[in-house]
Design a protein. Structure first.
Length: 176
């Protein structure tokens, strides 16, 4: 008679125990794959959120750059319209002045004037700055009766490259 293995009291019981271990190994593999899949899914979600946040922060930075460029143009135009240190009491953008340049941020800026020669002599003065920021400012002077009206429109950009797909424009309009 065959000696019985103490670990397996009966032949059929030994087969059953061996099959049980194989099933447990399969469950372990399934569990490892499920945990790996879950970790991978969470990783993809974190990467996706991070990329979206990066895109939003770049967009916010570009928008802020454009806005502050526009604000700088507005402040420069207001200063030269109201204070004009080269011709006290007279706007650099007045329709009856021949001022050709202003200075903002230590840079000399050329003015381009368009004036209606007929009364009431409405006119528009424009200037552009391309370094270190990009902006275009238009200062309009008109008259309602004898009351002068001023309209300053300043457009700031995050880049000076006109055809750039990432170019952002922000504008400020001041009237008084």
């Amino acid at each position: 008679m065959r000696k019985q293995n103490p670990k397996f009291p009966a032949c059929s019981a030994g087969v059953e125990i061996r099959n049980s271990k194989r099933i447990q190994r399969g469950v372990t593999l399934y569990l490892a794959l499920a945990v790996t899949g879950a970790v991978l899914l969470v990783s993809f979600a974190v990467v996706t959120i991070t990329l979206k946040q990066l895109s939003l922060s770049v967009s916010a930075r570009d928008s802020q750059t454009a806005f502050f460029a526009s604000d700088s143009g507005t402040e420069c135009a207001l200063y030269w319209d109201l204070k004009n240190p080269t011709n006290l009491g007279k706007s650099a953008f007045a329709t009856n002045t021949s001022q050709a340049n202003i200075s903002c941020n230590s840079a000399t800026i050329s003015l381009s004037k368009t004036v209606n020669p007929n009364p009431p002599r409405n006119g528009t003065t424009t200037f552009q700055v391309t370094s270190p920021i990009c902006l275009t400012v238009s200062v309009g002077k008109s008259y309602k009766g004898s009351v002068p009206q001023t309209r300053i429109e300043s457009r700031g950009y995050n880049t000076c490259t006109i055809g750039s797909t990432k170019r952002v424009e922000r504008a400020i309009l001041v009237t008084y």
